[in-house]
Design a protein. Structure first.
Length: 341
């Protein structure tokens, strides 16, 4: 929860802070690219590290990297230091993207995993939504403390970074998983699962990248809306998605895990299309919220099924490769979608 609150705020506030201290879109784009590339490059290495030395132990490295990244951002305004900051952020993001689900799954078995992943999705989205609301703090600091825009953003990031200590303490309290102690061999018992889920995630990533990554731009251009409307849409989407995740156990019991995934993928297509053809912003927003909620349930069930079918000692390794192909396909989809738009 602490990490989700910080991530919900930091994810968009850092770009506004960089803009306020004088960086243009090109520089901000390069910094964001450094984070993404580092996250992709380290996906498989973190999977190997997690399976050999323990997922919790490897995630501690990621947590320290994120903390160091934020400290560099707060201490320096020169581009080279900020570049190192975003590279370290990529290290931390990669560790959590790859290892959090396998570590979480190691504490559950069988059908209870659907319920556990539903709760995890709810907590993640709810804490992100709460973090996004903290964006009202900078204007308050400017009004009541007389800070400049850049100073208000800096102070908000600095104070919110204290939540990283809570996240680190919570991670230390998690019972360590047992490392396999194996060498980094190429053999995989879960090859079939890896190939099938990779293909499915590639298709989902391409579709999501073509539109979801550019949804802000699309909605703003088509309906002439700006940050207040877009911000409220994303807040509503997070709340709706969090509540939808609580329905995962019911969907699983009624339709089965595979049936729920299939039904979700079928239902999401008309919702996806309705966003594109909606005549007004409220209709597009309602379709977008519904589409995201259905997709959250689908992806939660998909993650649960993958973890359940994968041999425990190989979960981090398999998840690392799937994370890599998912990010790559999402990036390709974004480039293609931008060209189409």
């Amino acid at each position: 929860t602490a990490g989700g609150i910080f991530g919900g705020l930091y994810g968009y506030l850092v770009q506004l802070y960089l803009k306020a201290i004088g960086f243009d879109s090109r520089a901000i784009g390069l910094l964001a690219m450094a984070n993404i590339l580092c996250c992709m490059i380290l996906s498989i290495p973190f999977g190997l590290l997690g399976d050999r030395f323990g997922r919790r132990n490897s995630m501690l490295l990621g947590c320290v990297s994120i903390f160091a990244s934020v400290m560099l951002l707060l201490a320096f305004r020169e581009f080279p230091f900020l570049l190192v900051s975003f590279i370290l952020l990529g290290v931390g993001n990669s560790s959590f993207n790859v290892l959090l689900q396998p570590l979480y799954a190691s504490h559950f078995e069988g059908e209870e995993m659907d319920k556990a992943f539903g709760v995890m999705g709810f907590v993640s989205l709810a804490s992100n939504a709460l973090g996004s609301l903290l964006g009202y703090i900078p204007p308050a600091l400017m009004s009541f403390q007389g800070l400049s825009l850049a100073e208000a953003y800096w102070a908000t990031i600095a104070w919110s970074s204290l939540s990283l200590y809570i996240a680190l303490a919570a991670l230390l309290m998690v019972r360590p998983d047992k490392p396999t102690g194996r060498s980094f061999n190429r053999g995989l018992e879960s090859k079939g699962i890896l190939y099938r889920f990779s293909l499915l995630n590639i298709l989902i990533g391409l579709a999501a990248g073509m539109f979801i990554e550019l949804a802000t731009y699309f909605l703003s251009v088509k309906f002439k809306v700006e940050s207040p409307s877009i911000g409220m849409l994303y807040f509503s989407t997070s709340i709706s998605g969090a509540l939808a995740n609580m329905a995962v156990p019911q969907v699983s019991r009624r339709l089965g895990t595979s049936g729920g995934i299939t039904a979700g993928l079928i239902l999401v297509l008309p919702l996806h299309l309705s966003v594109a053809v909606a005549p007004t912003f409220p209709i597009a927003a309602a379709s977008y919220i519904a589409r995201t909620s259905v997709m959250n349930i689908t992806m939660t069930l998909l993650s649960s099924l993958m973890m359940r079918m994968t041999v425990d000692r190989e979960r981090a390794k398999v998840n690392s490769f799937i994370s890599l192909v998912s990010m790559a396909s999402r990036g390709l989809g974004t480039a293609f979608g931008g060209t189409l738009m």
